[in-house]
Design a protein around this ligand. Structure first.
Ligand SMILES: [Zn+2]
Length: 258
């Protein structure tokens, strides 16, 4: 089992003590590690941490909707019946990993209130408060303006939410989704595309990437503002950059047709 000091000494080598970070993590990649211990080590070695705390079970699939929106309408009538209204204590989707849920439950953590794409964090209140239903990825922009970093803990760019923010800045089409809240169903504009093809950015951000190995996990820190610029540049050069190769990918295909 990795100890707090194993984790702390590894993370210290990334030299992020003065910086806020957006973290994405797979605990499995570390071999044996306790989520609370990892979170404490992160808090000890950075200025503050945010993570996506997304909740996909609030999502609704309407019968009809706008064209070329990267989804098939009326196909998930049964799932609609299972949709749950977003509330502040709703657990983070298991797909986001255990660490995000542990962060959300930390007594010092704040969580934003977007019904699908909330973020949670500690020592990052202004960043979290920048989010609105119309600008779900605003926290990433504010984090970039504050010289923030992306921290990929045993995961790769395929889960790097910040790339979605850069895609939006580059003018790539965004989608509309719908979610249930306790008051009503709400329209959520600015929903991002598919991230499966995002590892194609790795070479472009090599210069802005720091790496350490901790336990079995590769931990990468990428300077956020540089990442955003690299993604925008790549999409300027090739409007289809960073899309995935899956022939039936509804959102990547929608971008190609737009
Ligand atoms: Zn795709």
């Amino acid at each position: 089992m990795l100890s707090h000091s194993d984790l702390k000494s590894g993370l210290l080598r990334l030299d992020l003590g003065k910086h806020l970070v957006i973290a994405h993590a797979s605990l499995k990649a570390f071999g044996s590690v306790d989520a609370e211990t990892l979170l404490n080590a992160l808090l000890d070695t950075t200025r503050g941490v945010i993570m996506p705390a997304f909740t996909y079970k609030t999502m609704l699939n309407p019968e009809v909707g706008p064209p070329n929106n990267g989804m098939a309408y009326g196909t998930q009538v049964d799932l609609n019946k299972l949709a749950e209204a977003f509330h502040a204590d709703m657990p983070v989707d298991p797909m986001m990993g255990v660490l995000a849920e542990v962060l959300r439950k930390h007594p010092k953590a704040l969580r934003s209130s977007h019904p699908i794409q909330s973020f949670t964090g500690i020592h990052a209140d202004a960043i979290l408060n920048s989010q609105s239903i119309f600008d779900s990825l605003a926290p990433i922009g504010v984090l970039a303006d504050n010289d923030g970093w992306v921290l990929l803990l045993g995961v790769d760019h395929a889960v790097n939410t910040s790339i979605h923010y850069a895609e939006k800045l580059a003018g790539r089409m965004q989608f509309i989704r719908w979610a249930l809240t306790r008051e009503r169903a709400v329209e959520c504009p600015g929903f991002p595309g598919d991230s499966e093809g995002f590892n194609a950015i790795a070479g472009d951000v090599e210069k802005y990437t720091r790496r350490v190995e901790i336990g079995g996990a590769l931990v990468q820190a990428v300077h956020l503002k540089s990442l955003i610029q690299a993604v925008m540049q790549k999409i300027r050069e090739d409007p289809f950059a960073l899309l995935c190769d899956r022939a039936d990918c509804e959102r990547c295909n929608a971008v190609r047709w737009s």
